[in-house]
Design a protein around this ligand. Structure first.
Ligand code: FES
Length: 168
């Protein structure tokens, strides 16, 4: 899994676009405290940018009225937040015990050999990126792959090939 303690800064200021800004204002009224908005605000950022740039951490903290360290802690703890740019199709593969025992490495090797991406990388054409993550909570149907947020269980190389060909 890539290092989740480091943020990447783009050098450009970050702010929500009009749509996300309206969504933020709508959601903030529905939560019991403004701090509860940290995770939804990170989702809005990822929806807008595809990932969470470093500049978004201070922006979210400002919008919520909390410390940037609190936003940073949440962003770096949950692997569902991408802390680096990703491909148009982002593939997460579980690397924890059940998935490891049931063949996740064959899938990782396939992606390295056929698509040319290893965990933490983006394919040259920007089409795919790969990340290894901890348990995705579907251990009974390992190995599990998540593509663009959607779960695919009992995965094997053949199934993955079919899925990816539909995404190209
Ligand atoms: S070990 Fe892979 S989903 Fe739990």
């Amino acid at each position: 899994m890539s290092d989740r303690s480091h943020l990447i800064f783009t050098g450009k200021p970050f702010q929500f676009d009009a749509e996300r800004d309206a969504e933020f204002e709508y959601l903030v009224k529905r939560y019991p405290s403004r701090e509860s908005m940290i995770l939804p605000a990170l989702w809005l950022t990822q929806e807008q940018e595809g990932w969470v740039p470093g500049e978004a951490i201070a922006y979210i903290a400002d919008r919520i009225g909390t410390f940037a360290s609190q936003v940073y802690e949440a962003a770096t703890f949950y692997t569902m937040y991408n802390l680096h740019p990703v491909g148009r199709n982002h593939i997460c593969i579980c690397r924890t015990l059940s998935c490891w025992l049931r063949g996740k490495q064959e899938i990782v090797d396939y992606l390295a050999n056929e698509i040319g991406i290893r965990p933490g990388e983006i394919s040259e054409d920007g089409q795919f990126s790969l990340e290894e993550v901890e348990c995705l909570g579907h251990c009974g149907t390992a190995p599990v792959v998540q593509i663009n947020g959607e779960f695919h269980e009992n995965m094997d190389v053949e199934k993955l090939k079919q899925l990816l060909s539909g995404l190209r």
